[in-house]
Design a protein around this ligand. Structure first.
Ligand SMILES: [Fe+2]
Length: 184
């Protein structure tokens, strides 16, 4: 497991969580641990996101739950055919909480086997702007809550050629992330 990916079990009381999730955010950039507290707290508030849950093999379904100048929050719905491809989050830290099903996270390893980690239901992880990963649904249907700070504007998408060359292209946060190469 990469050092920056910190998994935890079920959510716990925390300052951000105590701030009623989205209604009373502190009005500043949150660090990755605060983002994890936020997504863990939102997992306990399905009234805020369950109406957005639907699934498609053809395009990953997602909905914005919140966006301000400091934080954006999304609910994402996954099938095993929904694959983000390799990407980073530019200058944003982030956190992911799986609220049903499971996700598989992969981290690229140059010169060796990529790191593969199953993130099961009711667990979360967080990361800084240095994190590169790809996510794919690891159950028939899965739902996750994601938070980023500062809010996503651009992301880096990567291709890795058969010869091992890695290239980055900048994409908009409004574009659905998809693999730009074949899985390796
Ligand atoms: Fe990501």
């Amino acid at each position: 497991m990469p050092a920056e990916a910190i998994r935890c079990t079920s959510g716990h009381a925390a300052p951000v969580a105590a701030a009623d999730c989205l209604g009373k955010l502190p009005g500043r950039v949150l660090d990755k641990h605060e983002l994890r507290d936020l997504v863990d707290a939102l997992a306990e508030r399905p009234d805020l996101w369950r109406q957005h849950v639907r699934f498609s093999d053809d395009e990953r379904h997602y909905a914005s739950l919140h966006r301000d100048e400091h934080v954006d929050v999304w609910v994402l719905c996954w099938t095993p055919r929904n694959d983000t491809g390799w990407h980073d989050h530019d200058t944003s830290s982030g956190a992911v909480r799986v609220v049903s099903g499971a996700l598989e996270e992969c981290n690229p390893r140059i010169g060796g086997a990529h790191v593969q980690t199953v993130v099961p239901e009711n667990t979360s992880f967080c990361f800084g702007p240095d994190h590169i990963h790809r996510l794919v649904g690891a159950a028939d249907t899965s739902v996750s809550i994601h938070a980023y700070s500062p809010p996503l504007w651009r992301l880096g998408q990567y291709t890795i050629t058969e010869g091992g060359l890695m290239r980055r292209v900048s994409v908009s946060y409004a574009d659905e992330l998809r693999p730009r190469d074949t899985p390796t």
